[in-house]
Write a protein that binds this ligand. Structure first.
Ligand code: MG
Length: 249
């Protein structure tokens, strides 16, 4: 069952996702060479608790932290650590979820640490563009896999690949709700988007092949060819007035 959210519920989802956007901006400001991923996690957790919400990832299926921090060839679900220091030239995906008043927010971005190479800059640009292309396609009456395909098309046209093993999702009173939102697919197929659907679209784009491996920690997903990967995510509401990004300031 895919929930169709009322105006009142979308307002609550906006509040949770606005907090997510604010936390991401706060964490982003602290990204610098020498900073540990555990320090970024603490900044996020302190802010979420201060604002009266709950970190949604912490404890989810046993995940131990507030943020997922995924560096370079790590795709998603990296675990923050005091032993992991950012280095000049790294790229880091920061993913955060909150639960506020029973409603969830979820978004992610990938940022450079100091100055990064041209190829990494291009990867970040194309991945973020693919998210915004997908959002523009998420209109009432459109088929879901047209949205999925639009991510794939833009990434592949730039020589990159899209991850198959992890997908976006519906979001509302649970962090992960139906439907699943792959970043690839056959245009013109899949369910028809309706007003009131709230979904998290999250392209994961690799410089090399789309093959994925999960490390022994049981969480961190990495590219099998060790090439870099980027990840951007927004939670959006599909409305009669078009897609509304809930997770931006
Ligand atoms: Mg998500």
């Amino acid at each position: 069952m895919i929930a169709l959210r009322s105006q009142r519920e979308i307002a609550k989802l906006r509040a949770a996702n606005l907090m997510v956007a604010q936390v991401l901006q706060l964490v982003k400001k602290s990204v610098a060479p020498g900073v540990t991923t555990a320090a970024l996690d603490k900044i996020a957790e302190d802010e979420i608790l201060k604002q009266g919400a709950r970190p949604a990832f912490k404890g989810y299926a046993g995940f131990p932290a507030t943020l997922c921090t995924s560096i370079n060839h790590e795709i998603v679900h990296g675990i923050p650590s005091k032993k992991r220091k950012l280095k000049e030239g790294d790229i880091i995906s920061i993913d955060v979820g909150v639960c506020l008043d029973g409603y969830y927010g979820d978004a992610a971005l990938t940022v450079p640490v100091g100055i990064v190479g041209k190829a990494s800059q291009h990867l970040l640009k194309v991945t973020e563009e693919s998210l915004h292309i997908a959002i523009a396609n998420a209109v009432v009456g459109e088929k879901l896999y047209t949205v999925s395909h639009s991510v794939q098309k833009h990434a592949e046209a730039n020589g990159f690949s899209v991850v198959r093993d992890f997908v976006g999702h519906g979001i509302g009173t649970e962090l992960h709700e139906p439907p699943q939102i792959p970043n690839y697919g056959k245009p013109g197929t899949g369910l028809t988007l309706k007003a009131g659907m709230v979904i998290a679209i999250e392209p994961m784009v690799n410089m090399g092949s789309y093959g994925v491996r999960v490390l022994d920690d049981g969480w961190t997903a990495v590219t099998i060819d060790h090439k870099r990967s980027a990840h951007f995510e927004h939670t959006i509401a599909i409305t009669d007035d078009g897609p509304k990004i809930l997770s931006q300031i």
